[in-house]
Design a binder for this molecule. Structure first.
Ligand code: NOJ
Ligand code: CA
Length: 448
């Protein structure tokens, strides 16, 4: 992976539906590879494509070595990897090691792979049910742990057989040509051995770094070395430690910050300051769990969405775009009777289908309702002043930026930073501004 890679996150069911059954599929990803190559992305990370009962839409994995029949076949995935490679694009999968589906054969045949207790041992809460994370299992007459839905039992990472299983799974995919993994709940795998009270004993345990160090050893056997990127939902201060074993740790404090100069700039400075030498930062403003950046940061103003994209694409390191960011797609409207998410509040608004055309004809009966199609790929490709072209131009321009980051003095509301020989200037206000003789429109970003 190049140090300035642009990673494009695909949420498979809502990307592109090749066979017209209302569910995006792997063949749909293949069909749009030329478009992604045109955009200039280096890698695509797809949310889970594994067989799953869809309690958590793929994040409840029932088989780690196959493709969900709704999404295609293993052959389709092999085709995706091969066709992507021809276009210089890497394919990264989502690895879900914290838990499995309760329908995974391990849960019935290998109960020792999971975390059990005869009584409710502590105060740990489930993120989805908000009640106890311990669920009674009538047949086994014990409780099992689930940080997420009760249908997502947590694996026991103190069990060396669990570790061996995942090493095999990782090799299985790397041998097929996968170039990287986004690791789900990367901060959560290892639980306190004594199951002590306190969320700090359920997540963010230091022992987890050993797991990633061992995966890194496996990755080093491959050339080019695949990338390990963690979904590290931790405070920035805790994030840095994940670079011991991982290549990339997702910066969630950045993603969840308000779109304000006084909040974002110190965060960027703190990130750059705290990273171990040589470590590559990540920047993103959307994913399938968070309101899209055009809604949350853009607040309905496309100029603000572009300012956010400018930032994500000109800060040093890796930029992650979530499908739709490139056209400033906003969250969809999902009426109560169409809600499918297990979480509350529902994450469906950021998971609605990607509009490829204004008529939306490519989504006849989509699994989630198609939102506003006024921002769509077809029209934005035809219009060179569109956000889609803006993003494409920025992806090219970022290749010319130098290393490092340095905040430069600037007038109020303007963010200026040095990237080698270039300077990036972003007007973070709804008013005109000037920086060193350069006139800036509201929310405008320029590279000088
Ligand atoms: C994080 C994933 O991004 C989210 O969608 C999922 O619900 C949880 N992990 C549980 O796997
Ligand atoms: Ca389909």
């Amino acid at each position: 992976m190049r140090g300035d890679a642009v990673i494009y996150q695909i949420y498979p069911r809502s990307f592109f539906d090749k066979n017209g059954d209302g569910i995006g599929d792997v063949a749909g990803m293949v069909a749009k590879l030329d478009h992604l190559a045109w955009l200039g992305v280096d890698a695509l990370w797809t949310s889970p494509t594994y067989p799953s009962p869809n309690v958590d839409w793929g994040y409840d994995v029932a088989d780690h070595r196959a493709v969900h029949p709704e999404l295609g076949t293993l052959d389709d995935l092999d085709t995706l990897i091969a066709e992507a490679e021809k276009r210089g694009i890497e394919v990264w999968l989502d690895l879900v090691p914290n838990h499995t589906s309760d329908r995974h054969e391990w849960f019935s045949e290998r109960p020792e792979y999971y975390v059990w207790s005869k009584t409710i041992p502590n105060d740990w809460k489930s993120i989805f049910t908000k009640g106890s994370a311990w669920q009674w299992h009538a047949r086994r007459r014990r409780y099992y742990l689930h940080q997420f839905a009760p249908q997502q039992p947590d694996l026991d990472w103190w069990n060396t057989d669990v570790r061996a299983e995942f090493e095999h799974i990782i090799r299985f995919w790397l041998d097929r040509g996968v170039s990287g993994f986004r690791i789900d709940v990367a901060h959560g795998l290892v639980k306190d051995r004594e199951l002590r009270d306190g969320v700090e004993h359920m997540r963010g345990r230091p022992e987890v770094h050993d797991v990633y160090r061992s995966w890194q050893q496996i990755a080093r056997e491959y050339d080019p070395k695949p990338t390990l990127m963690g979904e590290t939902v931790v405070k920035l201060e805790q994030m840095f430690a994940y670079y011991q074993g991982l290549d990339l740790a997702q910066n969630f404090d950045f993603c969840t910050a308000a779109f304000e100069l006084d909040e974002l700039r110190p965060l960027v400075e703190k990130t750059m300051h705290g990273l171990p030498p040589g470590a590559i930062p990540t920047w993103f403003g959307s994913n399938h769990d968070h309101s899209r950046l055009a809604t949350r940061w853009g607040a309905g103003d496309e100029r603000r969405a572009r300012a956010a994209l400018f930032l994500v694409l000109t800060l040093p390191g890796v930029a992650i775009l979530y499908q739709g960011d490139e056209i400033a797609l906003e969250d969809g409207d999902v009426p109560e009777n169409r809600v499918l998410d297990v979480a509350d509040p529902s994450r469906d608004p950021e998971r609605t289908p990607l509009p490829w055309t204004r008529s939306g004809e490519e989504w006849r009966e989509p699994w989630l309702p198609l939102g506003d199609t006024r921002r769509n790929v077809e029209e934005q490709r035809a219009e060179t002043s569109s956000t889609l072209h803006y993003v494409r131009d920025l992806i090219r321009a970022r290749r010319e930026l130098g290393d490092g980051y340095e905040t430069l003095p600037s007038p109020r509301g303007v963010w200026a930073y040095r990237r080698g020989a270039k300077t990036c200037v972003l007007n973070m206000t709804p008013r005109r501004a000037t920086y060193d003789g350069t006139r800036l429109d509201p929310w405008e970003g320029v590279i000088v």
